[in-house]
Design a binder for this molecule. Structure first.
Ligand code: AMP
Ligand code: MG
Length: 308
């Protein structure tokens, strides 16, 4: 890993990071931003290098077995969450990565506190977990559609006052606890424009191979576009913290979204800098003893006369 490469990644992602205590307005970030890169000149090469970097670092993360990484992916429909996961993680060992897609909560999940189901799916040490939707839905879809909150059957006192501020604080405290225990949190908001979403939903109708992806619910959710933009702006303003900052990934150009997402994850792994555990002198001696024992078992060694 050259310093130049690390520096390039850091410079690419810096403008995407949401500063702590920012007061964002809806629509403040440009979904069409490409950081001065050009698809044909930079696209494939950069993504390939990013993927190779992730592959190498993930293997070291697993070997070191001290840190875990949680990647949180949030977005409106058709912003490209699935494709991003597929491309960015294409090189990593499936044993070390788990993807969880969070759907409408089950009755069992609703019978617990709002962070319970997410806590069950956290990465272990040495692992990367990807949350396709996440605990942030608890201040997004639940806020835009309050009937979701009714289903959570909270006691009256828990609903009083500014429930969303309390949830932001609870989320920040939870993430700080995780960060303090060795779990890094990479939070990516894939920011798609309303017009690009419209085109992608149309494509799901027009292309037979994409029909399976079309959902009438996605079109219905578009009616709540502004409410979602408000909820996202408030959420990003309150939950981008020094220990778990948000990155707004411009998502109108899929090729750039994939490069940017890979770069943010790579930047975290570079910062962790996991190493293969080194073997000390005693360990080396022991390895050499095993080597002699294994050498002695070779067919040649067992029948030294015949070998001559
Ligand atoms: P998809 O990601 O397209 O498979 O859709 C999953 C659905 O689950 C979306 O409509 C989300 O809004 C919904 N969903 C995810 N998390 C929650 C939650 N915590 N409460 C209510 N609905 C949710
Ligand atoms: Mg969907």
């Amino acid at each position: 890993m050259s310093d130049i490469q690390a520096d390039r990644i850091a410079r690419l992602i810096a403008p995407l990071r949401v500063p702590a205590r920012a007061k964002l307005c809806p629509g403040q970030y440009d979904p069409g931003y490409t950081g001065g890169l050009h698809r044909h000149r930079d696209g494939t090469d950069l993504l390939e290098r990013g993927v190779a970097l992730l592959t190498d670092y993930q293997s070291r993360l697993a070997a070191q077995n001290i840190h875990g990484v949680l990647v949180v992916l949030q977005a409106l429909d058709a912003a490209g969450k699935d494709g991003t996961i597929r491309h960015v993680m294409s090189g990593v060992n499936p044993q070390g990565v788990h993807v969880h897609s969070f759907k409408v909560p089950s009755p069992e999940e609703l019978d617990h506190d709002f962070l319970w189901r997410y806590a069950q799916r956290l990465p272990g040490r040495g692992e990367i977990a990807i949350f396709n939707r996440s605990h942030y839905e608890e201040v997004l879809v639940v806020r835009v559609h309050p009937e979701n909150l009714d289903r959570q059957r909270l006691p009256a006192e828990s609903r009083r006052g500014d429930l969303w501020r309390r949830r932001f604080r609870a989320i920040n405290a939870w993430e700080r606890h995780l960060a303090g225990n060795g779990f890094r949190i990479v939070k990516l908001f894939l920011n798609v424009s309303k017009e690009e979403q419209r085109k992608r939903l149309l494509e799901r109708i027009d292309r037979p191979d994409k029909n399976w992806k079309f959902s009438a619910a996605d079109v219905a959710e578009r009616q709540h576009w502004d409410a979602y933009q408000d909820a996202y702006a408030d959420m990003l303003s309150h939950t981008s913290t020094p220990w778990a900052p948000w990155y707004v990934i411009p998502a109108d150009h899929k090729w750039f979204a994939r490069i940017a997402a890979a770069a943010v994850i790579a930047d975290t792994l570079i910062d962790i800098d996991p190493r293969y555990p080194a073997v000390d002198r005693d360990g080396r001696q022991e390895l050499l003893r095993f080597k002699s024992a294994l050498d002695a078992e070779s067919p040649g060694a067992r029948h030294p006369r015949r070998a001559r």
